[in-house]
Write a protein that binds this ligand. Structure first.
Ligand code: PGA
Length: 238
């Protein structure tokens, strides 16, 4: 495990972009595992800047996102598909057909989970998986539970996650109560994992996840067993 503490959000975003950019340069058809949330926005802006400067080419890149809210389709501006389109995909030369987000409008989420895991296998697995971390230790939407869940699956969101994500919605009532998320298997099978965390509010859960007991009550703690984990943290709130 490699832990990098940066002095501010801009530096955190640049250091994280360095790792993703290195992956894109080394393997032009790499499979990027991508994440949403407020933390990676600066990293995506930095990738766009490097693309515009002619330093990066996404034309053969494939991507798989971690999760999606159940009930939202990609035209809903709160959906994670919409987030990815606006923050990254529409701003670089990635082929939209090569971008994948779980289908929040699936009628059968068990079948959608199977489809998504088969797709990841078919792509040859994830070369680098980007993660944020929730205040409750979730990664993707793998919430604290009695056991780790391997496959992509539907999950009931924790009240603390609903409260934390309410800031993106008109009111807390509008936050979907469930999501479909990549499970711990695809995340742990990624060849490299890059976790970004921003703000002093994340310091305590990050310490628990990286140095505390490995337990499904802190889903991110399983990352201690990943052979190629980089954590980039900045204590200063944006
Ligand atoms: P945040 O979310 O980047 O908005 O803090 C992280 C997460 O919940 O995984």
């Amino acid at each position: 495990m490699k832990i990098i503490e940066t002095k501010n959000y801009a530096e955190m975003s640049k250091r994280a972009a360095d790792l993703i950019a290195a992956q894109v340069l080394l393997k032009p058809d790499a499979v990027l595992g991508l994440a949403t949330g407020s933390t990676p926005i600066g990293l995506y802006d930095e990738l766009v800047r490097r693309y515009e400067a002619g330093e990066l080419d996404f034309s053969a890149i494939r991507s798989v996102n971690l999760d999606e809210y159940c009930g939202l389709d990609g035209t809903n501006d709160q959906s994670y598909r919409y987030f990815m389109n606006t923050h990254l995909f529409d701003r670089v030369n990635i082929d939209p057909k090569n971008t994948n987000v779980p289908n929040g409008k699936a009628t059968d989420f068990a079948a959608e989970g199977e489809r998504y895991d088969a797709l990841i296998r078919q792509l040859g697995g994830i070369d680098i998986q980007l993660l944020g971390i929730g205040l409750d230790g979730h990664i993707g939407f793998n919430e604290p539970d009695d056991a780790f869940t391997g496959p992509t699956h539907e999950v009931k969101l924790d009240p603390s996650t609903i409260a934390a994500n309410a800031r993106f919605f008109a009111s807390e009532d509008e936050v979907p109560r469930s999501a479909i998320t990549m499970g711990m298997a695809s995340i742990m099978q990624a060849r490299r994992v890059l976790l970004v965390a921003n703000g002093n509010s994340k310091a305590e859960i990050l310490k628990k996840a990286l140095f505390g007991p490995i337990t499904p009550q802190v889903p991110a703690s399983l990352l201690q067993l990943h052979p190629d984990l980089t954590v980039i943290f900045c204590g200063d709130d944006k």
